[in-house]
Design a protein around this ligand. Structure first.
Ligand code: LRH
Ligand code: MN
Length: 407
């Protein structure tokens, strides 16, 4: 491992990159894990209960603390309301801090109440829209009470048939509702607007793409930004280019990392398209190199459901994939890249990225973990902890509040 690390140091030095700077960036890079990724989840066909799966917020936080203890880069946990609703937010905030965690982005749920058959913030019935707005305002209250500065909004709103509703009227209603929400947002908080091109609506979705979310964010104000869920695009979409555009518009609020082969599969990030993840980080680090302010305030979050695999280990694996893509992107020789780009050296430019992408950064990440007093191999550390077996013994398959239908 050490000689490999030395080799990376020398290669970087040759391109004028100080490996200590790279390590410093990796040490400050953090990834938020989703509470709902630790509970039982599935598809519309089946939820396979996992022995020892977290059944409530306390157990989800305890499992997230395991991920933090072996990776050292996941200090916050995203919440979903009402899946994670509790009576005493101060008590759970203290419990999280006791575990070495902080409570992160608050995700309202505007897709599971019976009232939302025809939508929530875009619904034609003013009463339903008010109910939905009230729910988001209560989530802003929760975020305030747990010192979280992010409310992350995804809407299932849309239609299933042509003519079912007036698409411009839905847009007007959506903007009105978002403006009522934005008016209640403290200036210290950000509203992230997530988009998705389809599902559960199958004809039109009211927030289908980055452009629609960006337009809404720009109409609302400075604290409204776009959230990019990597599983929410039509096949063939160049997500790295969307990232470049949002950075340029200073409205890239955050990510929901996961991976997919077909639709919104919510699989382990980087498990199918690791080069896509690398290209996304290359855009962010390239912008950072040019002083883009947005690039240093991005909320990196995971949004996955682990339907057949062990949930905690899947989360650790995801974190390793994301850290790896980020570390490889830090190795890009930006001077050589710009020279090749501005001299029309197409393949030369590609090979600059390829050189970074094909660098084995495991010794680098291992070094970072050792310096943080961690085991260089988080998966091995977790497996040898016996935690998974312990919770499987302790957590009988009782009543669980995962929120996933049928879970
Ligand atoms: C919608 C989504 C959204 C969450 C949900 C769990 O597909 O990506 O971010 O609310 O998954
Ligand atoms: Mn998402």
């Amino acid at each position: 491992m050490a000689e490999h690390f030395e080799q990376i140091r020398v290669t970087l030095a040759q391109q004028g990159t100080d490996i200590e700077q790279v390590i410093a960036h990796i040490q400050t890079f953090s990834i938020e894990t989703p509470s709902w990724g630790y509970g039982n989840s599935g598809t519309r066909f089946k939820v396979f209960p996992w022995p020892g799966a977290a059944r409530d917020l306390r157990e989800k936080l305890a499992d997230a603390a395991q991920v933090q203890s072996v990776t050292g880069c996941c200090p916050t946990v995203a919440l979903h309301i009402p899946w994670d609703q509790v009576d005493d937010w101060q008590e759970i905030k203290t419990y999280a801090e006791h575990l070495g965690l902080r409570l992160g982005a608050v995700n309202p749920n505007l897709f599971q109440d019976h009232a939302y058959r025809f939508g929530s913030l875009s619904h034609f019935d003013k009463g339903v829209r008010s109910q939905a707005i009230a729910h988001v305002l209560s989530c802003i209250e929760i975020a305030h009470s747990i010192d979280s500065n992010v409310v992350s909004l995804w809407l299932a709103d849309g239609t299933n048939y042509p003519g079912q509703d007036d698409l411009r009227h839905r847009r007007h209603r959506l903007l009105d509702s978002l403006q009522a929400i934005y008016a209640a947002l403290p200036d210290t908080m950000r509203l992230l607007i997530e988009y998705k091109f389809f599902e559960p609506a199958f004809y039109s979705t009211d927030l289908p793409d980055w452009g629609t979310s960006l337009l809404m964010a720009q109409k609302l104000g400075r604290n409204a930004e776009v959230l990019v869920d990597t599983g929410h695009h039509p096949q063939g979409t160049n997500i790295a280019q969307i990232v470049a555009q949002l950075l340029d518009e200073d409205r890239l609020g955050g990510f929901h990392f996961n991976d997919r082969k077909y639709a919104d599969d919510d699989l382990i990030a980087g498990s199918l398209n690791p080069f896509e993840l690398f290209c996304i980080f290359n855009e962010i680090i390239g912008a950072q190199h040019e002083g883009n302010a947005n690039a240093s305030r991005i909320a990196y979050m995971i949004d996955q459901s682990h339907n057949i695999e062990p949930k905690i280990e899947a989360m650790i694996q995801s974190v390793l994939h994301i850290q790896t893509a980020y570390a490889k992107a830090l190795l890009v020789d930006h001077v050589a890249l710009q020279q090749a780009q501005e001299s029309g050296d197409v393949l030369g430019a590609y090979r600059v990225l390829q050189a970074a992408y094909e660098t084995d950064v495991r010794p680098l990440l291992a070094e970072v973990r050792v310096r943080q007093g961690l085991d260089p191999d988080p998966i091995a550390a977790f497996r040898s902890s016996g935690y998974a077996e312990q919770v499987a013994r302790e957590r009988t398959l009782g009543e669980s509040v995962s929120g996933y239908p049928g879970a």
